[in-house]
Design a protein around this ligand. Structure first.
Ligand SMILES: Nc1nc2c(ncn2[C@@H]2O[C@H](COP(=O)(O)OP(=O)(O)O)[C@@H](O)[C@H]2O)c(=O)[nH]1
Ligand SMILES: [Mg+2]
Ligand SMILES: [Zn+2]
Length: 293
């Protein structure tokens, strides 16, 4: 038996990184029968035949998984933002911060294109909210080492609007992967959506980065419904206020004696983050959290 992690899945074949190499595997038929097909990101145990081909026998319990994109065990969601070409709407980052909280992932905000614009407003909003924020320039390489040190030993996925520099940062971290960026794909005349399948890229030190079309197009769903009552726990900076409102079932909208809105007025909770909470509360109340894109 060897233990490894599925880094790629293509038409019934799984590529498992184990013992410093990639092993081609098939999965036991049982997985297909009981609907528990292995996913990229799964930690697995495989047995090898005489030719060195593998068979996945055991899929370890998942920390989390996404239906779309189909990927498991994401430790860190990296939301790549920029304040120029394109300008990132903080609401999108806030929506992803809720997804990260629901999945039990850490959220890292990366403000890219800092050679063109330092993105001070984005930096301040998310630093104040308590998230790690790294400023990078894929163009000059500034900050890329700091980002890498945040991801070491983890499985991470990048998300963010088209054109913010996800592929460029991946290339800066992993030059041998030759991931297509917008510029290159335009030359090939293939349009903008250049990343096609879920794949984990392997970096030294047990570090994996997923470049997935789903996260990249912000088209993400998990199995769970996000209830409006749950949302308050997905904003970590609300934590000191929770349980201190006048009404125990306070939604932190317009109720008198609300500790959250008092903290917003006192400047302890950021206005932008709070406004996103209100918007997401409404989406969740209408069961549209996963529908919003
Ligand atoms: N000036 C500058 N341009 C960048 C930076 N990062 C990416 N780009 C450019 O932005 C465009 C989109 O980058 P790409 O990596 O394809 O974005 P993706 O859609 O998020 O994968 C390309 O033309 C890149 O060369 C950066 O840090 N600074
Ligand atoms: Mg890309
Ligand atoms: Zn309240």
């Amino acid at each position: 038996m060897v233990e490894g992690i599925i880094v790629k899945a293509l038409s019934g074949f799984y590529y498992v990184a184990a013992e410093g190499k990639i092993i081609d595997c098939k999965a036991r038929g049982r997985f297909r029968l009981d609907g528990s097909s292995p996913l990229v990101g799964d930690r697995v145990k495989c047995s090898l035949d005489a030719q060195g081909k593998g068979r996945i026998d055991v899929v370890e319990e998942r920390k989390n998984f996404f239906i779309r994109p189909a990927v498991a065990n994401i430790d860190t969601l990296v939301f790549i933002a920029a304040n120029v070409n394109p300008v990132t709407d903080p609401f999108l980052v806030d929506r992803f911060s809720v997804i990260a909280a629901e999945a039990g992932c850490e959220l890292v905000v990366c403000v890219n294109k800092t050679d063109l614009d330092p993105g001070d407003a984005l930096y301040e909003i998310f630093t104040k909210a308590g998230f790690p924020v790294v400023r990078t320039s894929a163009e000059t390489g500034a900050g890329v080492g700091e980002l890498l040190s945040r991801l070491r030993g983890k499985v991470s996925a990048f998300s963010g609007n088209s054109g913010v520099g996800k592929s460029s940062i991946l290339n800066a971290l992993l030059p041998e992967a030759h991931i297509k960026t917008a510029e290159v794909s335009d030359k090939l005349g293939r349009g903008k959506h250049t990343t096609r399948h879920v794949e984990l890229y392997r970096l030294p030190g047990d570090t994996y980065i997923a470049d997935t079309p789903g996260f990249a197009s912000l088209d993400v769903t998990m199995t769970n419904v996000i209830l409006k009552e749950q949302l308050q726990y997905d904003f970590p900076e609300f934590a000191p206020c929770l349980g201190r409102c006048r009404f125990p079932d306070c939604a932190h909208l317009k109720e008198p004696g609300c500790a959250v809105t008092a903290a917003v007025e006192a400047g302890e909770i950021g206005q932008t983050r709070y406004r996103s909470y209100v918007r997401l509360y409404e989406l969740s109340a209408q069961h549209k959290f996963w529908e919003y894109k």
